[in-house]
Design a protein around this ligand. Structure first.
Ligand code: SB7
Ligand code: NI
Length: 184
């Protein structure tokens, strides 16, 4: 089971590295890692289990956050009713195209690897077209928008060595481009 003490924290160089692509078939070790990363998200979103193991809730988890510099990230995105609207493990994800229009979360973002709260809007593309491989090696091309797109962008950023606060405007953390939508 992945626990909070397994999560790499800001300052660990692995979070700033470009993660390496994987080849298929995945090793048993990497398949197990994918399962464990998804299980962390499931457990972290269950209030009882999260409380018991002191897990911080997460909607995504990228392999560098558990110390592995590989192109793998798990996403488990609920809607405001708590229903899961997107569940997947991305292997070797690539952004094929993105909207010019940006979106950001009204409450800003946090990260399991960043212990302090950092305020400010985190503008990201509102729409993404992504190609990735599943754990079983199936190639998929999908389009995401709004919240699931924001989560996917946050996770793909991790695979490229970026953290959410890199995208916050340093002069004015709450400044927004004309057409950026704020999601609440
Ligand atoms: C807010 C939070 C996340 C993604 C997008 C907006 C995920 C937080 C958990 N993680 O640190 C995953 O990398
Ligand atoms: Ni993160």
């Amino acid at each position: 089971m992945i626990l909070m003490h397994d999560i790499t924290r800001d300052g660990n160089p692995v979070l700033r590295q470009v993660a390496k692509p994987l080849t298929f078939p995945l090793s048993d070790e990497y398949k197990k890692l994918a399962d464990e990363m998804m299980q962390y998200l499931i457990d972290s979103q269950d209030p009882k289990i999260a409380e018991k193991h002191q897990l911080r809730a997460g909607v995504g988890l990228a392999a560098p956050q558990v110390g592995k510099s590989i192109q793998m990230a798990a996403l488990l995105v609920p809607n405001d009713k708590g229903e899961i609207i997107f569940k997947e493990v991305f292997v070797n994800p690539k952004i094929l195209s993105e909207s010019v229009r940006k979106a950001c979360l009204a409450e800003g973002e946090g990260c399991l690897s960043v212990d302090k709260d950092i305020e400010g809007y985190v503008p990201r593309p509102d729409k993404l077209k992504i190609r990735y491989y599943t754990v079983d090696g199936e190639e998929k091309t999908i389009r995401l928008k709004d919240y699931p797109a924001i989560v996917a962008s946050h996770e793909i950023d991790h695979l490229n060595g970026h953290l959410f606060y890199d995208r916050i405007n340093k002069e004015n953390p709450f400044s927004l481009a004309e057409d950026t939508i704020v999601i609440s």
